[in-house]
Design a protein around this ligand. Structure first.
Ligand code: SF4
Length: 231
Protein backbone atom coordinates (compact mmCIF):
# COMPACT_ATOMS: atom_id res chain seq x y z
CA UNK A 1 0.00 0.00 0.00
CA UNK A 2 1.11 3.58 -0.52
CA UNK A 3 2.00 5.69 2.50
CA UNK A 4 -1.26 7.60 2.16
CA UNK A 5 -3.43 4.54 1.95
CA UNK A 6 -1.62 2.49 4.56
CA UNK A 7 -2.77 4.94 7.21
CA UNK A 8 -6.28 4.74 5.96
CA UNK A 9 -8.67 2.54 7.90
CA UNK A 10 -10.26 0.62 5.05
CA UNK A 11 -12.24 -1.74 7.24
CA UNK A 12 -13.76 1.10 9.26
CA UNK A 13 -14.57 2.98 6.10
CA UNK A 14 -16.17 -0.11 4.57
CA UNK A 15 -18.36 -0.49 7.67
CA UNK A 16 -19.29 3.20 7.50
CA UNK A 17 -20.18 2.92 3.80
CA UNK A 18 -22.08 -0.36 4.10
CA UNK A 19 -25.45 1.36 4.57
CA UNK A 20 -24.81 4.17 2.09
CA UNK A 21 -26.31 4.47 -1.38
CA UNK A 22 -24.14 3.92 -4.48
CA UNK A 23 -24.21 7.68 -5.15
CA UNK A 24 -22.99 8.41 -1.61
CA UNK A 25 -20.25 5.81 -1.97
CA UNK A 26 -19.15 7.37 -5.26
CA UNK A 27 -19.17 10.82 -3.67
CA UNK A 28 -16.87 9.48 -0.97
CA UNK A 29 -14.60 7.67 -3.49
CA UNK A 30 -14.27 10.62 -5.85
CA UNK A 31 -13.59 13.11 -3.07
CA UNK A 32 -11.01 10.73 -1.56
CA UNK A 33 -9.21 9.50 -4.71
CA UNK A 34 -10.04 11.61 -7.78
CA UNK A 35 -8.23 12.11 -10.14
CA UNK A 36 -6.23 8.99 -9.26
CA UNK A 37 -9.37 6.92 -9.57
CA UNK A 38 -10.16 4.48 -12.41
CA UNK A 39 -13.18 2.46 -13.40
CA UNK A 40 -13.37 -0.52 -15.76
CA UNK A 41 -16.63 -1.23 -17.53
CA UNK A 42 -17.77 -3.79 -20.08
CA UNK A 43 -20.96 -1.72 -20.55
CA UNK A 44 -23.08 -4.11 -18.51
CA UNK A 45 -26.24 -2.69 -16.96
CA UNK A 46 -24.45 -2.07 -13.65
CA UNK A 47 -21.54 -0.25 -15.30
CA UNK A 48 -23.96 1.97 -17.23
CA UNK A 49 -25.55 3.02 -13.90
CA UNK A 50 -22.13 3.92 -12.48
CA UNK A 51 -21.21 5.97 -15.56
CA UNK A 52 -24.48 7.91 -15.17
CA UNK A 53 -23.80 8.52 -11.46
CA UNK A 54 -20.20 9.61 -12.04
CA UNK A 55 -21.33 12.00 -14.77
CA UNK A 56 -23.65 13.68 -12.26
CA UNK A 57 -20.88 13.96 -9.67
CA UNK A 58 -18.52 15.43 -12.26
CA UNK A 59 -15.15 14.71 -10.66
CA UNK A 60 -12.44 13.25 -12.94
CA UNK A 61 -12.36 9.47 -13.12
CA UNK A 62 -10.45 7.44 -15.71
CA UNK A 63 -13.26 5.29 -17.13
CA UNK A 64 -12.09 2.57 -19.50
CA UNK A 65 -13.31 -0.42 -21.47
CA UNK A 66 -11.13 -3.48 -22.09
CA UNK A 67 -11.29 -4.20 -25.80
CA UNK A 68 -10.73 -7.96 -25.86
CA UNK A 69 -11.08 -8.28 -29.67
CA UNK A 70 -14.32 -10.15 -29.04
CA UNK A 71 -16.85 -7.64 -27.73
CA UNK A 72 -20.33 -7.58 -29.22
CA UNK A 73 -21.13 -4.74 -31.65
CA UNK A 74 -24.00 -3.83 -29.31
CA UNK A 75 -21.47 -3.32 -26.50
CA UNK A 76 -19.43 -0.87 -28.57
CA UNK A 77 -22.60 0.95 -29.55
CA UNK A 78 -23.60 1.23 -25.88
CA UNK A 79 -20.21 2.81 -25.14
CA UNK A 80 -20.84 5.45 -27.80
CA UNK A 81 -24.34 6.20 -26.51
CA UNK A 82 -23.05 6.64 -22.95
CA UNK A 83 -20.29 8.98 -24.13
CA UNK A 84 -22.77 11.03 -26.15
CA UNK A 85 -25.38 11.26 -23.40
CA UNK A 86 -23.03 12.09 -20.54
CA UNK A 87 -20.23 13.88 -22.43
CA UNK A 88 -17.50 11.87 -20.75
CA UNK A 89 -14.89 9.85 -22.63
CA UNK A 90 -14.64 6.11 -22.07
CA UNK A 91 -11.11 5.07 -22.94
CA UNK A 92 -10.50 1.90 -24.94
CA UNK A 93 -7.73 -0.27 -23.52
CA UNK A 94 -6.22 -3.18 -25.46
CA UNK A 95 -3.86 -6.03 -24.68
CA UNK A 96 -0.18 -5.32 -25.22
CA UNK A 97 -0.25 -7.87 -28.06
CA UNK A 98 -2.48 -7.59 -31.11
CA UNK A 99 -4.98 -10.32 -32.02
CA UNK A 100 -2.59 -11.47 -34.78
CA UNK A 101 0.35 -11.64 -32.35
CA UNK A 102 -1.71 -13.63 -29.84
CA UNK A 103 -2.78 -16.03 -32.60
CA UNK A 104 0.80 -16.43 -33.82
CA UNK A 105 1.96 -17.32 -30.33
CA UNK A 106 -0.95 -19.43 -29.11
CA UNK A 107 -2.87 -20.40 -32.26
CA UNK A 108 -6.34 -19.24 -33.33
CA UNK A 109 -9.33 -19.04 -30.99
CA UNK A 110 -7.41 -19.29 -27.73
CA UNK A 111 -10.71 -18.99 -25.90
CA UNK A 112 -11.68 -22.45 -27.17
CA UNK A 113 -8.69 -24.08 -25.50
CA UNK A 114 -7.69 -21.97 -22.51
CA UNK A 115 -10.10 -19.38 -21.17
CA UNK A 116 -7.84 -18.68 -18.18
CA UNK A 117 -4.92 -17.67 -20.39
CA UNK A 118 -7.13 -15.81 -22.86
CA UNK A 119 -8.76 -13.77 -20.04
CA UNK A 120 -5.36 -13.15 -18.49
CA UNK A 121 -3.88 -11.77 -21.72
CA UNK A 122 -6.95 -9.82 -22.79
CA UNK A 123 -8.40 -8.64 -19.48
CA UNK A 124 -6.27 -9.11 -16.38
CA UNK A 125 -2.91 -7.89 -17.74
CA UNK A 126 -4.37 -4.84 -19.57
CA UNK A 127 -6.29 -3.85 -16.43
CA UNK A 128 -3.16 -4.20 -14.33
CA UNK A 129 -1.26 -1.89 -16.70
CA UNK A 130 -4.09 0.63 -16.89
CA UNK A 131 -4.61 1.07 -13.15
CA UNK A 132 -0.89 1.61 -12.48
CA UNK A 133 -0.66 5.16 -11.18
CA UNK A 134 -4.19 5.12 -9.76
CA UNK A 135 -4.84 4.85 -6.04
CA UNK A 136 -8.21 3.15 -6.42
CA UNK A 137 -10.51 1.56 -8.96
CA UNK A 138 -14.28 1.24 -9.08
CA UNK A 139 -16.02 -1.99 -10.01
CA UNK A 140 -19.68 -2.71 -10.73
CA UNK A 141 -19.90 -6.06 -8.92
CA UNK A 142 -22.88 -7.08 -6.76
CA UNK A 143 -22.77 -9.49 -3.82
CA UNK A 144 -25.61 -11.61 -5.14
CA UNK A 145 -23.75 -12.47 -8.39
CA UNK A 146 -21.14 -15.05 -7.31
CA UNK A 147 -19.70 -16.59 -4.10
CA UNK A 148 -16.46 -14.62 -4.60
CA UNK A 149 -18.32 -11.34 -4.97
CA UNK A 150 -20.41 -12.12 -1.88
CA UNK A 151 -17.24 -11.86 0.22
CA UNK A 152 -16.36 -8.37 -1.00
CA UNK A 153 -16.51 -5.16 1.03
CA UNK A 154 -17.72 -1.78 -0.21
CA UNK A 155 -14.13 -0.62 -0.04
CA UNK A 156 -11.22 -3.04 0.22
CA UNK A 157 -7.58 -3.58 -0.62
CA UNK A 158 -7.21 -5.35 -3.96
CA UNK A 159 -4.21 -7.67 -3.55
CA UNK A 160 -4.22 -8.68 -7.19
CA UNK A 161 -3.88 -5.17 -8.59
CA UNK A 162 -2.38 -3.50 -5.52
CA UNK A 163 -4.74 -0.60 -5.03
CA UNK A 164 -8.01 0.16 -3.27
CA UNK A 165 -11.14 -1.31 -4.84
CA UNK A 166 -14.48 0.45 -4.41
CA UNK A 167 -17.67 -1.55 -5.04
CA UNK A 168 -20.59 0.92 -4.86
CA UNK A 169 -23.25 -1.53 -6.10
CA UNK A 170 -22.36 -4.38 -3.78
CA UNK A 171 -25.72 -4.31 -1.98
CA UNK A 172 -27.83 -3.74 -5.07
CA UNK A 173 -29.99 -6.41 -6.68
CA UNK A 174 -30.71 -6.85 -10.41
CA UNK A 175 -34.06 -5.16 -9.71
CA UNK A 176 -32.32 -2.10 -8.22
CA UNK A 177 -30.14 -1.85 -11.33
CA UNK A 178 -33.10 -1.82 -13.71
CA UNK A 179 -35.10 0.54 -11.54
CA UNK A 180 -32.20 3.05 -11.74
CA UNK A 181 -31.82 2.58 -15.50
CA UNK A 182 -35.51 3.16 -16.22
CA UNK A 183 -35.94 6.03 -13.75
CA UNK A 184 -32.91 7.86 -15.09
CA UNK A 185 -33.21 6.84 -18.76
CA UNK A 186 -29.69 5.41 -18.77
CA UNK A 187 -28.47 3.96 -22.11
CA UNK A 188 -27.92 0.19 -21.83
CA UNK A 189 -26.88 -2.76 -23.95
CA UNK A 190 -29.93 -3.98 -25.93
CA UNK A 191 -28.69 -7.57 -25.56
CA UNK A 192 -30.05 -7.43 -22.00
CA UNK A 193 -33.52 -7.44 -23.58
CA UNK A 194 -32.64 -10.50 -25.66
CA UNK A 195 -31.87 -13.01 -22.91
CA UNK A 196 -28.33 -11.96 -21.95
CA UNK A 197 -28.28 -10.82 -18.29
CA UNK A 198 -24.46 -10.91 -18.17
CA UNK A 199 -22.52 -9.79 -21.24
CA UNK A 200 -18.85 -10.33 -21.95
CA UNK A 201 -17.01 -11.50 -25.06
CA UNK A 202 -19.28 -13.05 -27.69
CA UNK A 203 -17.53 -16.47 -27.82
CA UNK A 204 -17.99 -16.87 -24.04
CA UNK A 205 -21.48 -15.42 -23.60
CA UNK A 206 -24.69 -17.36 -24.21
CA UNK A 207 -28.35 -16.60 -23.74
CA UNK A 208 -29.78 -17.68 -20.36
CA UNK A 209 -33.16 -19.30 -19.83
CA UNK A 210 -35.57 -17.36 -17.64
CA UNK A 211 -35.03 -18.22 -13.97
CA UNK A 212 -31.53 -19.69 -14.51
CA UNK A 213 -28.39 -18.30 -12.81
CA UNK A 214 -27.78 -15.04 -14.68
CA UNK A 215 -24.06 -15.80 -14.94
CA UNK A 216 -24.57 -19.35 -16.22
CA UNK A 217 -24.32 -18.00 -19.77
CA UNK A 218 -20.70 -16.97 -19.25
CA UNK A 219 -18.03 -19.50 -20.25
CA UNK A 220 -20.82 -22.12 -20.58
CA UNK A 221 -20.79 -22.48 -16.80
CA UNK A 222 -17.10 -23.59 -16.86
CA UNK A 223 -16.11 -20.71 -14.57
CA UNK A 224 -17.74 -17.69 -12.95
CA UNK A 225 -15.00 -15.06 -13.12
CA UNK A 226 -12.54 -13.83 -15.72
CA UNK A 227 -9.95 -13.02 -13.07
CA UNK A 228 -10.67 -9.33 -12.48
CA UNK A 229 -12.78 -10.03 -9.39
CA UNK A 230 -11.42 -13.39 -8.18
CA UNK A 231 -10.34 -13.50 -4.58
S1 SF4 B 1 -14.15 -13.91 -22.04
FE1 SF4 B 1 -13.54 -15.48 -23.57
S2 SF4 B 1 -12.84 -14.38 -25.42
FE2 SF4 B 1 -12.98 -12.90 -23.69
S3 SF4 B 1 -10.93 -12.79 -22.89
FE3 SF4 B 1 -12.00 -14.33 -21.67
S4 SF4 B 1 -11.69 -16.33 -22.70
FE4 SF4 B 1 -11.06 -14.68 -24.11
Amino acid sequence: MTATISTFALADTAAFLEEKSPEEILHWATSRFSPKLAMATAMGAEGCCLVAMLAKIGRPVRIFNLDTDYQFGETMDTKKRLEEKYGIPIETVRAARTKAEIETEFGPDLWKRDTELCCRIRKVEPLRETVKGSDAWISAIRRDQTPDRAQSAIVEWDERFELVKVNPLLNWTWKNVWSYIHTNDVPYNPLHDQGYPSIGCWPCTKRVAEGADPRSGRWSGEKKECGLHSR
